[in-house]
Write a protein that binds this ligand. Structure first.
Ligand code: SF4
Length: 413
């Protein structure tokens, strides 16, 4: 095990985790907590120190995007958010047109706060709407109702944010196709440039999964969830949204740059407790406990001069799990993530990164998947390999696990 970064990093995406929520939703297994608001001040100081340590460690690389996620970033007073952004601007290079996203819950959205976000350079707001059925919002443990969510979206647009996204969920206990159609109709009438739409995953240990186990709530029907997904594809397709990733739809030009960076398996740095990072030849995550995170950073000396020479674990005291990655793992991750995108995997980028063409490395696997109608090249007539993209077909999207397992099996031969 070694923890020296394999090569110089020119650009990377930055994720900032805010582990505070007013209350915990019944389905949520994210590393986030309610009732620890008194830690917000010391958490901001700790996070700023982590920003400074990484900026020095990586020699102030340029950021391609910044994403405040959680948790509930909008739950923080803007003064904390502004301090964090200021520290990021000092420790990293920030291009003028950088995408800066902040996740917000509808009940936190106020005009004054939105103006403060704008002044701080935040230019994309992602709102956790989840549903526009009040009974389902209650069942999920959300703090807002449908009207609050719609008003929040309208306020955000009125203030001048043109890049606004909402999160919605389907496949919920007690959710009917009629409910979902209504939520979709209402949401699409808001004229949003981006929607992220997820199927509920019942995560082990959450109150909702317990309620389903005990029979208090009905188990969501996977066939009904599949129908909801089909309806979503059809309806948003008719409205000219591009279904650019399995769970994401956007008007042209509003695809999330931050998330595309993940799906292209490019480097990203995650700050805050439990945040994950991927840098060339390694991935790692921070310790999950916010208290321990604050404690360790408070007891770390800011030695910015020599940090670029040390290993990452000696520089940043909050790293918990660190895994060195083999080229095989990086290749399989690139395939697994890239095939989520409608554009698929670029032959040229793959060649530049791994030194072999997709065809050369995976000829028989790709041929059998193409013959079975699971994959295709974006252009059968492409004569130049560097124009080609390897993509899943519609059938391949339904059987994506099968496709990936073929690549895994071939990689062990
Ligand atoms: S607001 Fe979001 S992060 Fe917080 S508990 Fe609910 S789902 Fe989880």
């Amino acid at each position: 095990m070694f923890d020296v970064i394999g090569k110089h990093i020119n650009t990377l995406a930055l994720y900032v985790h805010i582990p505070f929520c007013a209350t915990k939703c019944g389905y949520c297994d994210f590393n986030t907590y309610s009732g620890i608001e008194k830690l917000i001040g010391s958490y901001t100081c700790a996070l700023i120190k982590e920003v400074q340590l990484w900026g020095a460690k990586l020699s102030q690389p340029q950021l391609s995007s910044i994403f405040f996620g959680g948790g509930t970033p909008s739950y923080l007073d803007s003064v904390h958010t502004l301090k964090i952004i200021e520290s990021i601007s000092s420790a990293f290079q920030i291009p003028k047109d950088i995408e800066i996203t902040l996740e917000a819950n509808p009940e936190d959205i106020r005009i004054d706060k939105l103006h403060e976000y704008q002044n701080a350079g935040i230019n994309r707001i992602s709102i956790g709407v989840q549903s526009l059925e009040n009974n389902l919002l209650k069942l999920l443990g959300r703090r807002h109702d449908a009207n609050t969510a719609i008003q929040a979206v309208r306020k955000t647009i009125e203030v001048g944010f043109n890049n606004v996204s909402i999160d919605l969920m389907y496949g919920l206990p007690n959710q009917t196709l009629k409910d979902w159609r209504h939520t979709l109709d209402e949401s699409s009438s808001l004229g949003l440039p981006h929607l992220s739409i997820y199927c509920l995953g019942l995560e082990e240990g959450t109150p909702m999964s317990q309620s389903v186990k005990s029979g208090e709530l009905p188990k969501p029907d996977p066939d009904l969830a599949a129908e909801m997904y089909e309806l979503t594809i059809e309806q948003l397709g008719n409205l000219q949204y591009r279904h650019y990733e399995i769970s994401n739809w956007a008007q042209t030009g509003f695809e999330s740059k931050h998330n595309i960076n993940y799906w292209e398996n490019q480097p990203f740095l995650g700050l805050g407790p439990g945040a994950h990072s991927y840098l060339p030849n390694m991935r790692f995550s921070n310790i999950k406990s916010p208290r321990e995170y604050i404690y360790r950073l408070a007891n770390t000396t800011l030695d910015l001069k020599s940090s670029s020479k040390k290993g990452v674990k000696d520089t940043v005291p909050t790293i918990d799990n660190l895994e060195n990655l083999s080229t095989r793992t990086e290749i399989l991750d690139t395939l697994m993530m890239g095939l989520r995108l409608d554009t698929g995997i670029s032959e040229a980028k793959y060649f530049t990164r791994f030194g072999r063409s997709l065809d050369e490395q995976w000829e028989s696997t790709i041929k059998s998947a193409v013959d079975d109608g699971l994959m295709r090249w974006n252009s059968d007539n492409a004569t130049k390999q560097d124009n080609r993209q390897l993509q899943l077909t519609k059938k391949g999207k339904l059987f994506s696990n099968e496709v990936l397992s073929r690549f895994f099996a071939a990689s062990t031969k």
